[in-house]
Write a protein that binds this ligand. Structure first.
Ligand code: HPA
Length: 273
């Protein structure tokens, strides 16, 4: 089966379950941030496991639900839990969920993630509003995975992260007194955290934050013309800057402290999108 056929199968199932609900905005929750979802009207929850063609997430802190509903008039689709390359999924398969969003009618995507910070002005608890990225995964979900139904093979990334939404998000964070700064996300495969030498190198390359997701999703979204807003929540300083050893438990416990803040930021941002 081609990826287009798989995606169409997923879309047909979702249409049936949601009575042809057409989401305009999609939101992907990051590690430990699954509770940051605003209250939705007419909420419908589907488990990834039940959707034909969909992958399953097996990482602690990542739930696997696709949620549909309306918030202040905005029609939303939420991926509660994402798929990571380090789980062993073929890189190509990471495109399926984003391409499903596209065929459902999504025009804007909000991605969120827990990250390590390389910037002293982005301490744990603050948010980096993404303005660019560096793909350090040495792989790409679009390789050998082209179908013109999902956009052109070659496409521009001079504004991978939508400038207008970025500014609006920064202004909103300021109003809510949430520490925020624009910056660049560097994607590694994981699952290990970085070495101190890698963190020093990534800083020299111009990265503000480092994480193990986001980039594959953004590449697929941009190919099919979906505009992206990215929130990278800092759970720790990068290895070597941080005084203590890093762990996934720390990522989750720091994210839990951030969840409430993120929810209020999202609730303020969504009506302006
Ligand atoms: N590195 C990579 N990914 C992360 C980190 C980190 O320090 N913290 C949370 N996700």
């Amino acid at each position: 089966m081609t990826q287009l056929q798989k995606v169409k199968k997923a879309v047909a199932f979702i249409h049936k379950k949601t009575k042809n609900f057409k989401p305009e905005i999609a939101f992907i929750t990051g590690s430990g941030l699954a509770g940051a979802i605003p209250p939705l009207e007419n909420k419908i929850t589907l488990s990834y496991a039940d959707i034909p063609g969909f992958l399953q997430s097996g990482v602690p802190g990542h739930t696997g639900n696709l949620i549909f509903g309306t918030y202040k008039g905005k029609k939303l689709m939420v991926m509660q839990g994402r798929f990571h390359y380090y789980e062993g999924h073929p890189m190509k398969d990471l495109a399926i969920s984003i391409r499903t969003m596209f065929l459902l009618g999504v025009e804007k995507l909000i991605v969120s993630a827990a990250v390590g910070s390389l910037d002293l002005q982005l301490p744990p608890g603050s948010v980096c509003v993404l303005n660019d990225h560096i793909n350090f995964m040495a792989n790409n979900p679009l390789i050998g995975n082209h179908d013109k139904a999902f956009g052109p093979m070659f496409f521009d990334l001079s504004e991978a992260y939508d400038k207008k939404m970025r500014k609006m998000a920064m202004d909103t964070a300021k109003k809510l007194k949430i520490k925020a700064k624009e910056g660049c996300y560097l994607a590694v495969t994981g699952p290990n955290f970085e070495t101190p030498a890698e963190i020093r190198a990534f800083k020299k390359l111009g990265a503000s934050v480092v994480g193990m997701s986001v980039v594959p999703e953004v590449l697929v979204a941009r190919q099919c013309g979906i505009a992206v807003l990215g929130f990278a929540w800092v759970t720790n300083f990068g290895c070597g800057i941080s005084k203590t050893p890093l762990s996934h438990e720390q990522t989750i416990s720091e994210s839990k402290k951030i969840e409430g803040k993120f929810k209020s930021l999202l609730e303020a941002v969504l009506p302006k999108i």
